[in-house]
Ligand binder design. Structure first.
Ligand code: ACO
Length: 325
């Protein structure tokens, strides 16, 4: 009997502090930097984002998202035998955020580790958990994307600080005789490190290099649309499906124009795309599970539908997961 991994519950968490584009414009104006709601909406589709308060970490958002996903699946943390957290904004250099999440959920013993693939992190994490479940050793996994990108933003750089937000999304992935995840496809090309990175690192008790995000937006844009089409087609081919079989495209929520470009290339109408970038901004590894959970809880995503999850991010990394929900 073929063993598959199937999503049985979703959950998410947004910190309560919501900043509109007008709030961001006011904040930047204090530094003598100009931006506007019109510019941000037209170029990105973003209208608002959520930022954590001081003292709130990625693990806090991850735990709340995980609790919602566990409740939706009808299980408890004690039933889980794997925890994977995708994040580029971990609570600490080490240990992993996943082990901190495990402890905050009040359990111990199961393996817990982080995956770092920036905005593709959740796709990578889902791919790893799917492989571990299909291999037979794991029965129920918590797969989480959690980020506090507000901590990495340079509020003197209007080209990047308006784009990102904080949040977390989670799924429970369970072994099943029925699919489930149909195909996964992940890639990386490290030669593009410089177009999107936080170059600093910790050494000898100091941060060496800049600890703030920097990005060549146009280079990212050009790469993103191409690889997102390629990886979606690769997953479809592996599963013997076609673009028209997709009920919902759930792309990484970086920019509405990247999502529109990808949908156009796959000949999918925007009515088949889950869009949350307007309210969440780009939450990196959290964006896909956040969008998935919002699609599920709004009643748009229904059991039995075919979903294409796909992401692209720093590294460069990119990938997709095709699944029957
Ligand atoms: N407000 C007002 N003006 C701005 C702002 C701002 N927030 N940011 C930039 N501008 C100005 C620039 O200074 C420039 O002015 P100039 O012509 O006088 O020099 C002008 O707007 C155009 O700037 P561009 O950088 O050329 O603008 P572009 O149309 O490329 O849009 C953007 C920038 C939105 C970043 C776009 O390149 C983009 O979406 N790239 C994709 C990157 C992305 O989404 N990254 C997310 C992370 S990556 C990931 O998740 C995969």
């Amino acid at each position: 009997m073929t063993r598959y991994a199937r999503i049985t519950g979703t959950g998410s968490c947004l910190p309560p502090r919501r900043l509109t584009n007008a709030d961001m414009a006011a904040r930047l104006a204090e530094r003598g930097i100009e931006t506007s709601d019109d510019w941000i909406v037209e170029r990105t589709g973003i209208r608002a984002r959520h930022f954590v308060d001081e003292g709130v970490n990625a693990s806090d958002l991850a735990v709340e998202a995980a609790r919602h996903a566990l409740a939706a699946a009808g299980i408890t943390a004690a039933d889980v035998d794997l925890i994977v957290v995708a994040t580029s904004t971990p609570d600490m250099v080490f240990p992993s955020t996943a082990t901190i999440v495990q402890h905050k959920l009040g359990v111990a013993g199961c393996p817990a580790f982080d995956v770092q693939a920036v905005c593709s992190g959740f796709i990578y994490a889902l791919t790893v958990a799917d492989a571990m479940i299909r291999a037979g050793g794991v029965h129920r996994a918590l797969v989480i994307g959690a980020e506090v990108f507000s901590r990495l933003l340079d509020f003197n750089d209007r080209t990047t600080c308006v784009l990102f937000g904080d949040g977390a999304g989670a799924v429970v992935l369970e072994a099943s005789a029925e699919p489930g995840i149909l195909a996964t496809d992940i890639h990386a090309d490290g030669k593009h490190t410089d177009i999107l990175c936080v170059p600093g690192h910790v050494a000898g008790g100091e941060v060496l290099g800049s600890p703030l995000l920097r990005m060549d937006g146009q280079a990212v844009f050009k790469l993103a649309v191409g690889v997102l089409e390629q990886t979606a087609r690769a997953s479809l081919e592996k599963a013997g499906r076609k673009p028209e079989d997709i009920d919902w495209l759930i792309p990484h929520q970086a920019n509405i124009r990247i999502m529109q470009g990808t949908a156009r290339k796959l000949r999918l109408g925007m009515d088949k795309v889950i869009v949350t970038v307007d309210e969440h901004g780009n939450t990196s590894a959290a964006s896909i599970p956040l969008a998935l959970d919002h699609g599920v809880r709004s009643g748009r995503i229904q059991a039995g539908q075919t979903l294409m999850l796909e992401g692209v991010g720093g590294g460069f990394t990119w990938g997709s997961v095709l699944l029957d929900f």
